[in-house]
Design a protein around this ligand. Structure first.
Ligand code: SF4
Ligand code: SF4
Length: 443
């Protein structure tokens, strides 16, 4: 037996272990525990990755590994964790068992006949001390909604890991408003997934940062909307938030957590140079990364299609990211304008990621307010399968659905301001109309 065959895929087992701080061993076995491949992944020359393969299926796996190495060894390293390489705040340090899980995801997806997720963004609470004018989560919050209990959230985390996710992102509301956040982070097996958090920074203090580090938080993104503190506080409708965000991020950086700033691009902040000024502030602070989201019409701005960035603005953001990613400073820029473009990874929603609202509804991404089910009513694996089997969502789209006029016409324009979001996909036939709740419930 020297090849991994299609029939064998369902019985394949892949186990990775951290053999040394900068060496991960991955063993692939077939039916009856037959050894197929042993892959040793290690850091070489301080900032590159090498893989050695042995075993009867090594020749078959080699081309896939070569492709992987040719991509990863071109990416800038923005930091290290115990000698392992960090390329951005969203992926586990390389090499590590969690970072090698996409290999397992690929084989398991082939065996199942549909793709499995690599990233999950879980909103864990509706509560937040800010009242941002642009909040994307606000329309998911209702008076009567009940956030998931500790047990319910723990179950979602377990189910998420079982699906093969290697990056687990906690968000809100403000995730630190949730008292059991530290326990939820701690219970994630870090050999399975890297844990990240988006925060407004309001609850970051020395004690809480130490607890986050102790729980095993790998990275955090602190949201900053403007290079001007007073403007940021105005957008957040909370005085002092800029100062708390920056000071909290400094504490996290000192504690050894990888730290980034998340912000968004607008025509105004691109053309005025203020977006670049924010990048400079973050780099001068010694933060590791800035994530630049496109200004996606969602949440409170769901029907502001006019906010979608034009081609020139998108090109300017891409050029900005290139400029900072090409120099040698240990600082990176992850720009949605690149990541979700056809020459990047395309749209991640329903392809490699999902989002859960604070009440347990499963959507393709944070910005796309359509739901495929609720974790209180169905197993996560079943909801995911429903999502990736839907005609609109089964294919890998190579650009942002939420910025596509066609998608918005079919699925977003029918969502009136009085609809509670997210709306169950069964109510959206994809022809620009929305079915009454009662009609769908009666089916
Ligand atoms: S901090 Fe985040 S969750 Fe809170 S109001 Fe602002 S955008 Fe919404
Ligand atoms: S629709 Fe796709 S590209 Fe757009 S924000 Fe969501 S995941 Fe990202």
């Amino acid at each position: 037996m020297s090849k991994i065959t299609g029939a064998m895929l369902k019985h394949i087992k892949i186990v990775s272990t951290q053999a040394a701080p900068t060496v991960t061993e991955t063993r692939v076995t077939g039916p009856l525990g037959v050894k197929l491949v042993k892959m040793t992944t290690r850091v070489v020359d301080g900032n590159k990755i090498a893989c050695d393969l042995e075993g009867p299926a090594a020749a078959q796996v080699q081309p896939m590994v070569d492709r992987f190495l040719s991509v990863i060894n071109r990416i800038k390293v923005i930091g290290t964790v115990d000698g392992r390489l960090v390329y951005n705040l969203y992926n586990p340090p390389m090499p590590s068992p969690a970072a090698l899980r996409p290999f397992e995801r690929k084989l398991r997806s082939q065996a199942l006949g549909y793709v499995l997720p690599a990233t999950a963004t879980l909103s864990v609470t509706p509560h937040c001390p800010c009242k941002c004018v642009h909040c994307s989560a606000d329309r998911f919050v209702t008076q009567e909604g009940q956030m998931l209990s500790t047990e319910e959230l723990a179950s979602v985390v377990d189910q998420t890991l079982d699906l093969g996710v290697c990056t687990l992102i906690f968000t809100g509301g403000e995730p630190m408003a949730r008292k059991d956040l530290y326990d939820q982070i701690a219970r994630v097996d870090k050999n399975l997934a890297h844990v990240m958090m988006f925060t407004c920074g309001a609850f970051l203090n020395a004690e809480n940062v130490a607890r986050l580090k102790e729980a095993g938080l790998g990275s955090m993104n602190v949201s900053i909307d403007s290079d001007r503190p007073e403007e940021h506080d105005e957008f957040r409708r909370r005085p002092g938030t800029f100062k708390q965000a920056v000071e909290g991020a400094r504490m996290a950086r000192e504690a050894g957590i990888m730290v980034g700033v998340s912000t968004y691009a607008t025509h105004e902040n691109i053309t005025s140079g203020r977006l670049e000024h924010l990048l400079q502030i973050a780099r001068d602070e010694g933060f590791h990364e800035v994530t630049i989201f496109d200004c996606v019409p969602t949440g409170k701005f769901l029907h502001r299609g006019d906010l979608v960035l034009g081609r020139k603005d998108i090109e300017a953001v891409r050029a900005l990211a290139d400029k900072y990613n090409r120099d040698s400073a240990p600082f990176g820029v992850t720009a949605q304008a690149q990541a979700n473009a056809p020459d990047g990874g395309g749209c991640f929603g329903s392809f490699s990621q999902f989002y859960m609202t604070c009440y347990g509804d499963i959507d393709p991404c944070d910005f796309n307010p359509v739901s495929f089910g609720n974790v209180r009513n169905a197993p996560l694996a079943e909801i995911w399968k429903k999502m990736v089997s839907h005609p609109e969502f089964c294919g890998h789209r190579m650009s942002c659905r939420m910025q596509s006029q066609r998608y918005r016409r079919m699925y977003i324009d029918p969502l009136t301001d009085d609809e509670v979001l997210p709306v169950l996909i069964d109510r959206l036939p994809g022809d620009g109309t929305i079915l009454p709740k009662e009609e769908v419930a009666a089916k």
